[in-house]
Write a protein that binds this ligand. Structure first.
Ligand code: MEV
Length: 436
């Protein structure tokens, strides 16, 4: 969708069947029949071609549920956000938090930098004069090295990307050459690895040293996405709770890890749905969180008057072309659904939804606690595990929710006990004249 349609867009969506939701989303976002079918994953998983072209020794597929987060208003546009994730509550929490921010204008985003980093290590450099000589040789021959680098990736250069800058960093016992490469809309891991390995002989000739490891860095602080939310005249109790939760994370790496995990719940789910390398973004996010030497939360929450403001900074070396994104029909359908054609757009959406997801977690933790939200869906799973049939399922879920209100916990044993009660009650009802 090009712009915001309004909060009512999502009315009743969660009550539809899975098929109807998919059909509705397809209509809303202009997905064709093939893309709609790709959302179910059926056709893909009945063949082995995709598995064979992605991994070695393929034996099948592991299906992960695909849902959409609702109410996401990002830079004034209603965005239908596909999320592939197995954990209950994540999509509901993101949707509910997005609904909270919708009347406040949703999320605004921006990106900074377009280059990923390739590293060429030159080991065995003793420091001092030795290091200076190597770094200077790189600096003095920057133009030549850039020309060599771009000759190695002519396709990328033709698309408007390529190597932009080269420099040397001095570390104990080594110099590390950084090559900054604009990979356009590709994540670019293969391109950068090829480029670094290809550049090795030129670096060795110029420095007179043997190069060591050549590989991209997943710490892409040169390719950042930022997102901001502002809730005006916010309830003070809520704001204090969120800020307290943020301060806890800012002080304590044990809490910051969980805080950031909550953000990555959303980011990874979008990356998986769009065929991106979520492990790369995870690694980059955690390394960025620790860049000051102290592991920090990726988001920041503060009060300005009685407005609550949230911000996030996230390294986002993502891709909308190439790799699995290109060959996986569901990833293609998800990208169409998102309306994200470029890597910066996808990066901004990841940051925006990560921030919203973070708010959802901090709000829950500082009010009802996290168990309630998780347990509502857990009740449905327990009902299935206890063996409830279709007729019994909703009755059992209802009883489990009541139980949760009283006891604050739910177990499979409780589910089984209540199910036997339901069954014996229904036998009594069917035999009205049975002896008491
Ligand atoms: C659970 O998947 C994520 C949370 O633990 C995040 C957080 O604690 O901020 C709820």
């Amino acid at each position: 969708m090009d712009k915001s349609v309004g909060i009512s867009l999502w009315n009743g969506f969660s009550h539809l069947s899975t098929r109807s939701r998919a059909a509705w989303i397809a209509e809303l976002t202009g997905l064709d029949q093939a893309s709609l079918e790709a959302l179910s994953g059926h056709q893909i998983t009945t063949g082995v071609d995709l598995a064979e072209s992605c991994v070695e020794n393929a034996v099948g597929y592991f299906a992960v549920p695909l849902g959409v987060a609702a109410y996401m208003l990002i830079d004034g546009r209603d965005v239908v956000v596909p999320m592939a994730v197995e954990e209950t509550s994540i999509i509901a929490a993101a949707s509910s938090a997005a609904k909270f921010f919708y009347p406040h204008g949703g999320v605004t985003t921006r990106t900074e930098g377009t280059s990923s980093i390739g590293q060429i290590q030159i080991p065995g450099i003793s420091g001092g004069e030795d290091s200076r000589r190597v770094v200077e040789a790189i600096a003095a021959n920057q133009d030549f090295l850039l020309a060599c680098a771009n000759e190695l990736v002519p396709g990328l250069a033709a698309r408007g990307g390529g190597a932009r800058r080269i420099d040397g960093r001095v570390l104990p016992g080594m110099v590390v050459v950084h090559v900054y490469v604009d990979t356009c809309d590709a994540m670019g891991a293969n391109l950068i690895n090829q480029l670094c390995e290809g550049l090795r002989p030129a670096i060795e000739d110029l420095t007179g040293e043997a190069a060591g490891i050549c590989i991209l860095s997943n710490l892409t602080d040169t390719r950042m996405s930022y997102a901001t939310v502002r809730a005006r005249h916010v309830d003070r109790h809520l704001a204090d709770g969120v800020i307290n939760a943020y301060e806890f994370a800012a002080q304590d790496p044990y809490r910051a890890a969980t805080h950031n995990k909550g953000i990555l719940n959303a980011v990874d789910a979008i990356l998986l749905a769009t065929g991106n390398d979520w492990r790369a973004i995870e690694a980059g996010a955690h390394a960025y969180a620790a860049l000051t030497g102290h592991y920090r939360p990726l988001s920041h929450w503060r009060l300005e008057g009685d407005d609550l403001i949230g911000e996030i900074r996230l390294p986002t070396a993502v891709g909308t072309v190439g790799g699995v994104t290109k060959i996986h029909p569901t990833a293609q359908a998800c990208l169409k659904m998102l309306g994200a054609q470029t890597a910066p757009e996808l990066g901004r959406i990841c940051a925006a939804v990560g921030l919203i997801q973070n708010f959802a977690a901090l709000r829950a933790l500082s009010t009802d606690g996290i168990v309630k939200g998780h347990m509502n869906l857990h009740a449905r799973n327990l009902a299935l595990l206890a063996g409830a049939n279709q007729e019994e399922h909703s009755m059992l879920v209802e009883r489990l929710r009541e139980e949760l209100l009283h006891k604050k916990r739910l177990t499979l044993t409780q589910a089984r006990t209540i199910l036997s009660e339901i069954r014996s009650n229904s036998i009594r009802k069917k035999e009205p004249f049975a002896k008491k």
